[in-house]
Design a protein around this ligand. Structure first.
Ligand code: CP
Length: 326
């Protein structure tokens, strides 16, 4: 079957089929090779992308903006607070109007219960593809970059490899649960046995858990949930440990913050990493709370692939933009 992703939105991880994700990966590796060789690739010459941010960013903004320039186009950085959205511009109007100005609309909106609905509402009225730069449910571009990185480090055949997706302690703020949710949706399709580890109060959204179990069944991979970080790390090939908030357990942010404090020992340190396989890799989407969520010794070690993950954001996003915004 020929893959045609022209004008397709990417909002949730399962919006693209496995075959379509494979095409994205093929294009991403090709664009990475072209950039390494200095081969120009102006696939989106004169095309424009709106990048609408309701929440701060380092990597997402930088990689989408650089990616559009490398593809021969332009990305406009738009912070919601500098627009008329607070004065009445609705998602309908943003979809209609930006869809006419731009060849793609990328949005980051992580507010609990609001972000995903906002992005879908814009998409309903946009004639251009809408790309989810992270909402409270999904972070699909992070996970495409993570998948690329795992393939680079562990090879294309990922069957029987154990990936731990673990909660980690961080008191700075209640972080979105979009990264672990997107990981458990996408990784089973590529053969990884996923072990999800978190304290009891840090459950993910029930609907996402059901979909992840369904993916694991469909692709004949393991999917296990445990409440013990150390037990999870044992003999793992891939450790992906990051913090997220207790939003499913409680809508009260003060109670959520109090609960987080009970689990200071959920830090990725050298002792826990030693429980994983000798050649295990450590992953984190960044930013990390250093020496709280993960020790310097782990994140700066030879096992850490965090900078490769950050780099692959660029290549994976360029691939999706090139395929959807033509
Ligand atoms: N990983 C990630 O999305 O980073 P930013 O929040 O800096 O964009």
């Amino acid at each position: 079957m020929q893959t045609d992703l022209t004008r397709r939105d990417l909002i949730g991880d399962l919006d693209f089929s496995k075959e379509e994700v494979e095409t994205v990966l093929d294009v991403a590796f090709d664009l990475k090779r072209k950039r390494a060789l200095g081969e120009l690739h102006p696939i989106l010459r004169d095309k424009t992308l709106a990048m609408l941010f309701f929440f701060s960013s380092t990597r997402t903004r930088g990689s989408f903006e650089a990616g559009m320039a490398q593809l021969g186009g332009h990305a406009a950085f738009i912070e919601s607070k500098t627009t008329q959205i607070a004065h009445g511009d609705t998602p309908h109007e943003i979809g209609e109007i930006f869809g006419r100005y731009y060849d793609g609309i990328a949005i980051r909106h992580c507010d609990w219960g609001l972000g995903n609905r906002y992005i879908n509402d814009v998409a309903k009225f946009s004639r251009s593809p809408v790309l989810n730069m992270q909402c409270e449910i999904y972070h699909p571009f992070q996970i495409l970059a993570d998948l690329m990185t795992i393939i680079e480090k562990k090879g294309r055949d990922l069957r029987r490899k154990k990936m731990v997706v673990s909660w980690a302690y961080a008191a700075s703020y209640q972080k979105p649960m979009s990264v672990p949710q997107s990981l458990i949706l996408q990784m089973p399709r590529f053969g990884l046995d996923v072990v999800l580890a978190h304290p009891p109060e840090f459950k993910l959204m029930p609907d996402i858990m059901d979909q992840a179990r369904e993916q694991a069944r469909k692709f004949h991979t393991g999917f296990e949930v445990v409440d013990d970080m150390e037990a999870a790390f044992k003999d793992a090939d891939i450790i992906y440990a990051k913090s997220w908030g207790a939003m499913v357990h409680t809508a009260d942010p003060d109670e959520g913050a109090k609960i987080i404090k009970k689990y200071e020992h959920w830090i990725t340190d050298e002792r826990k990493m030693a429980l994983a396989k000798d050649d295990a890799i450590y992953m984190h989407p960044l930013p990390a709370d250093r020496n709280i969520e993960v020790t310097d010794g782990v994140i700066d070690s030879a096992q850490s692939v965090v900078f490769d993950e950050a780099e692959n954001r660029l290549h994976a996003q360029k691939a999706v933009m090139a395929l959807t915004m033509r």
